[in-house]
Write a protein that binds this ligand. Structure first.
Ligand code: MSP
Length: 537
């Protein structure tokens, strides 16, 4: 993927009929880690809040769905009161996850609504909108229209929630989606990473071959009070804009201002597989119609499931915010972030949320990985060199780096730029493993029994280890910003946030750990977890 000068990363905007759960937190976390990675890459990050001017990370809430009205009524409040309450829950959830979003859009805000009207007007002017008759099926739970063929294939129930589809006969405004078939096909052909992962791209292309039909972009305003909720069509108060069209425009409306316009087009829209068609086909066609550039990538991940089953209200098996908070308070928030990012469903297959797996990964990667490795090295530096990095032989440590670890940083960069986050962190973890191997192989603790003979070798080994850990910690920071900041505080090596990643990660370079540098032992970053313990609740 080309490296854009400005990076714009988005998440879906979430429905406010209900509270957030692991799925929403996961997608927003993927976006957060990617945003932190890009800030680091360009040396733009602000050590305080992790934000910068050259990366723009957006999340928010989708509020004009009919189910918001129904849910509000069931709780005896107005739709906007219900939306206010739940939008707050989403904000709190993402703050708890330490997500560094630069803005949070709510579709009920004026700044969004006024732009939506502008876009609809532009589409009308272009001749891409007409009034027609809709006869077909509607999936109320997903707020999604289905063609006769798609409805039949799904046995007339929602493919996502299993609820019966509703037959619709309506007068609607339509968008001429069919007019964009050839242009969209050409875009897919020319941009292999437009939709990732590849399995999802193939899915879209398969459906695409069946041909595109024009789609309704409005719904009638009727006597039913529910139908009052939404943005009215320009110059026609008897129609409101279909919630999906309203929602998709958020990506543009937020940055369509003089100060933010350079962020367009988006680097990546993170979504899950449930809303792929809207993002891979309808949204790009709308953008083409508006003469706007298309996002570089629509990244559609799979689902978190629990005990092999889809999480749903009826099963009552959601991993709730409370469950996530319990994990964070027991194992630390960064351990939770690490588990979600490295074990999550970023690819095409669903991932099971499991306590046993969590503990296994926590012990292997964190307690026995970076945590133990950093303690061992700082303990030895304390014990043999009074807490100061000793005078080492540069040629020795450089050679060691070249022969065993030199590919860790390039592998990390490549994977992260390809948005393969677990592969990126795998590269960072492999560096920690190299340090462990170096210690097991050379046994500095044994050599140190005779410092008069072996002092220089012990110094070389420990300096090499310390410098490798420093580099690994920088690569791990997008996933574990708090824990790495803790390590940097103890090791007195907080990276200069204005320096680019390549410079910070140059082994034994100008920003490397120098002889005489003080490294404090510090508290253990991660305490070992007992595999037999019950899941936190
Ligand atoms: N409001 C629309 C999106 C409009 S975007 C212009 C919507 N909202 S939603 O609240 O239903 O959120 C759907 C998204 O939540 C998924 O695409 C995904 O990002 C996340 N997840 C919801 N459940 C999930 C899992 N079980 N697993 C992983 N992520 C899932 O659709």
């Amino acid at each position: 993927m080309p490296e854009p000068a400005q990076t714009y990363i988005t998440t879906p905007i979430y429905y406010v009929n209900d509270r957030p759960h692991i799925g929403h937190c996961y997608t927003t976390l993927l976006a957060d880690v990617t945003a932190r990675f890009y800030r680091l890459l360009g040396g733009q990050s602000d050590a305080g809040n992790g934000r910068s001017q050259d990366v723009f990370f957006l999340t928010g809430t989708d509020e004009h769905a009919d189910k918001v009205v129904t849910s509000a009524a069931a709780h005896n409040v107005t739709p906007i009161q219900w939306a206010d309450k739940n939008a707050e829950e989403f904000k709190k959830a993402f703050a708890f996850m330490n997500c560094s979003n630069d803005d949070f859009i709510r579709t009920t805000e004026d700044r969004h609504k006024s732009k939506v009207l502008e876009y609809i007007r532009a589409l009308q002017k272009k001749g891409d909108i007409y009034l027609g008759d809709y006869v077909g099926w509607f999936d109320e739970s997903q707020e999604e229209y289905l063609t006769e063929t798609a409805a039949k294939e799904a046995s007339f129930v929602s493919p996502v929630t299993g609820k019966p589809l509703v037959k619709k006969v309506e007068k609607n405004y339509f968008f001429k989606l069919s007019a964009y078939q050839a242009k969209l096909q050409a875009h897919f052909d020319a941009n292999p990473s437009f939709v990732l992962p590849e399995a999802r791209r193939n899915e879209v292309l398969g459906r695409f071959r069946e041909g595109l039909q024009d789609i309704p972009i409005s719904r009638a305003v009727t006597a039913d009070p529910t139908s009052q909720w939404g943005i009215k069509m320009p110059d026609d108060q008897s129609h409101r804009i279909y919630v999906w069209i309203d929602a998709l425009f958020n990506y543009l409306s937020v940055v369509d201002t003089p100060e933010r316009q350079n962020f367009w087009p988006p680097t990546v829209h993170y979504i899950a597989k449930d809303i792929l068609w809207f993002h891979a086909v309808i949204w790009p066609a709308l953008l083409m119609a508006l003469d706007r550039k298309l996002p570089a990538t629509v990244y559609s991940h799979a689902y978190w499931v629990r005990d092999g089953r889809k999480m749903s209200k009826s099963l009552g098996n959601f991993v709730t915010i409370e469950v996530l908070q319990a994990y964070a308070s027991k194992y630390s928030l960064d351990a939770l972030r690490w588990y979600l990012i490295t074990q999550g469903p970023q690819g095409a297959t669903d991932a099971d949320f499991s306590h046993a797996k969590f503990v296994e990964v926590y012990n292997a990667d964190l307690a026995n990985g970076i945590g133990n490795c950093a303690s061992r090295v700082s303990n030895m530096i304390e014990k043999y060199f009074e807490g100061k990095v000793p005078e080492y032989q540069s040629t020795w440590i450089d050679r060691r780096w070249e022969t065993t670890s030199a590919d860790a940083v390039p592998a990390y960069l490549t994977a992260a730029k390809e948005l393969d986050l677990s592969a990126a962190f795998e590269a960072a973890s492999s560096l920690i493993k190299d340090v462990d191997d170096l210690i097991s192989e050379t046994k500095p603790f044994t050599l140190a029994k005779d410092m008069a003979t072996n002092g220089q070798e012990v110094a070389n080994i420990l300096a090499c280890c310390a410098e490798s850990i420093r580099i690994a910690s920088i690569m791990l920071a997008p996933a574990m910003p708090q824990k790495m900041a803790e390590l940097w505080a103890a090791w007195n090596c907080t990276p200069d946030a204005s320096a680019p990643l390549a410079e910070l990660c140059a082994f034994n370079g100008p920003r490397g750990i120098k002889p005489g540098h003080r490294i404090a032992k510090g508290a253990a970053l991660f305490m070992r977890a007992d595999t037999a313990e019950a899941p936190p609740a």
